[in-house]
Ligand binder design. Structure first.
Ligand code: TRP
Length: 372
C-alpha cells in the first residue's frame, strides 16, 4: 500500500533536525501535539474535517502540507470528512471550468495518496442541501464589517481576475463554517492561510450556541480547532509559495519526465555550494527540503552530501527523490483512473453519508431555532 507510515517523513526529518541545533524544526502550531495526543487517546471521538477546491491537480505542497497528515489521522482512527468545495470555485470564476473533471481528479489524488473511502467521507458540498441551508442562520451571526476584514478574502480579492467582487466571495468563509459545523467537526487540519476562516467557524459556533442555547446550557455546535501542519512551506519552481493558480507547482499526477523538466526549471541562486538556509537561500533550501521530505532524512544531511555539486546535482537528487517517492502513488493513481465509474461511486457514497449527517444537524438547528 502507498499510505505513509504513522511517523511521516516530515516528523522524522524534524526529529533528526532538532538535536543538531541547526535550522529549527518546522514550526508546529501551539497545541498541535496536544491535539494529536487527543486523537491518539480517543480516536473515535474525534471528527476531522478537511477540504480542497476542485480547481486543478494537487501538488507536492498539498501532499507534504496536508495529505500525509490526513492519512496519518485516518490511520490513528479519527473519523474523517473531506469536503470538495465546488461552490467555492465560483467565488472568483465566472464559469466553473471542467468542474466535474477536477472533482474526480481530486478524488483520484486522495485515494492514490492513501485516503480510504471506506473510512473517510469524501463529498462535494454542492450535493448536500442541508449543509448549504445552514449558511442562512450562520450569515445572521456575523457582521458585514467582520466579513470585510477577513485577510484571506482580501488577499483573494486582490489576486482575483474578476472586475467586481461578488457576494459569494464575500461570504464564503461563513459557507466554510457550514462545511465544518454541519458534521460538528472537532479538528480541522489546515494551512496558515485558512486560520482566519477557522476563526469564523469558531465564532459562528459560539454565537449560535449563545443565541440558541440547549436546555442545560450546552449548545448544538462544538468549537472546532485548527490543526496546523508541521510541514514547512514548500516553494514553487519560481520561488513563490507553491500554488495551483501560480503555475509553479509540481503536480502529484505529473509523469517522471515532466517532473524532471519542472525541477530543472526551478529557480536557484548563484552560490555553487549547496546549503540548507531557508532564511537566506529560500529557493535552494526549498529544493533541499523537498528531497529531504521524500527521503525521510534531515535537509542538512542532503545539503552536505551535495556540497559543491551545485544546482545541477541538487536538481538531479530532487528529481530522483520525488519520482521515487511518488512512484507507487502514481501507479495506484493510474490504476484507479482506469475506472471512472468507481470514482463517481465514491462521490455518491460520500454524498449520501454527508447528507445523513447534515440532515440530522439541520433538524437540531431548526428545533433550537423554533422553526416549523
Ligand atoms: N477554503 C479551502 C481552500 O481554499 C477549501 C475548504 C473549503 C476547506 N471548505 C473547507 C478547508 C473546510 C478546510 C475546511 O483550500
Amino acid at each position: 500500500m502507498t499510505a505513509p507510515a504513522i511517523q511521516t517523513p516530515t516528523a522524522r526529518a524534524a526529529a533528526q533536525t532538532a538535536p543538531t541545533g541547526a535550522a529549527p524544526a518546522p514550526a508546529a502550531a501551539p497545541g498541535t501535539a496536544a491535539l494529536d495526543e487527543a486523537v491518539r487517546r480517543d480516536p473515535v471521538g474525534q471528527r476531522v474535517l478537511t477540504g480542497d477546491r476542485p480547481t486543478g491537480p494537487l501538488h507536492l505542497g498539498h501532499y507534504f502540507g496536508t495529505l500525509q497528515n490526513r492519512v496519518r489521522l485516518q490511520g490513528l482512527g479519527a473519523e474523517m470528512f473531506v469536503v470538495i468545495a465546488d461552490y467555492q470555485v465560483i467565488t472568483d470564476r465566472d464559469i466553473a471550468h471542467r468542474l466535474a473533471e477536477h472533482t474526480e481528479n481530486l478524488v483520484l489524488d486522495y485515494l492514490a495518496t492513501g485516503i480510504d473511502p471506506e473510512r473517510a467521507t469524501i463529498f462535494p458540498h454542492s450535493a448536500v442541501p442541508a449543509l448549504n441551508q445552514l449558511l442562512l442562520p450562520f450569515l445572521s451571526l456575523v457582521s458585514v464589517a467582520e466579513l470585510g476584514r477577513n485577510p484571506t478574502v482580501k488577499d483573494e480579492i486582490a489576486h482575483s481576475s474578476q472586475a467586481t467582487v461578488n457576494g459569494l466571495m464575500f461570504t464564503y468563509p461563513v459557507h466554510q463554517a457550514a462545511d465544518i459545523l454541519f458534521c460538528k467537526a472537532h479538528l480541522v487540519p489546515v494551512g496558515q492561510d485558512q486560520l482566519p476562516h477557522l476563526e469564523v467557524a469558531r465564532t459562528v459556533a459560539r454565537r449560535f450556541n449563545e443565541r440558541y442555547p440547549l436546555p442545560g446550557g450546552t449548545g448544538v455546535f462544538p468549537q472546532p480547532e485548527a490543526l496546523l501542519s508541521a510541514a514547512p512551506l514548500l516553494l514553487g519552481t519560481d520561488g513563490a509559495k507553491m500554488s495551483k493558480s501560480r503555475g509553479n507547482s509540481i503536480p502529484l499526477s505529473a509523469d517522471e519526465d515532466t517532473t524532471a523538466r519542472l525541477i530543472r526549471g526551478a529557480k536557484t541562486d548563484a552560490e555553487r555550494r549547496i546549503g540548507y538556509d531557508p532564511a537566506d537561500r529560500p529557493e535552494v533550501s526549498s529544493l533541499v527540503l523537498l528531497a529531504a521530505l521524500c527521503q525521510g532524512r534531515a535537509p542538512e544531511r542532503i545539503a552536505e552530501e551535495i556540497g559543491d555539486g551545485g544546482a545541477a546535482a541538487l536538481k538531479r537528487t530532487v528529481t530522483e527523490s520525488v519520482n521515487e517517492h511518488l512512484r507507487p502513488i502514481r501507479a495506484r493513481r493510474a490504476e484507479l483512473a482506469a475506472d471512472r465509474g468507481y470514482i463517481r461511486q465514491v462521490l455518491r457514497d460520500g454524498a449520501e453519508r454527508a447528507n445523513a449527517v447534515a440532515d440530522a444537524t439541520l433538524t437540531e438547528v431548526r428545533a433550537v431555532m423554533g422553526s416549523l
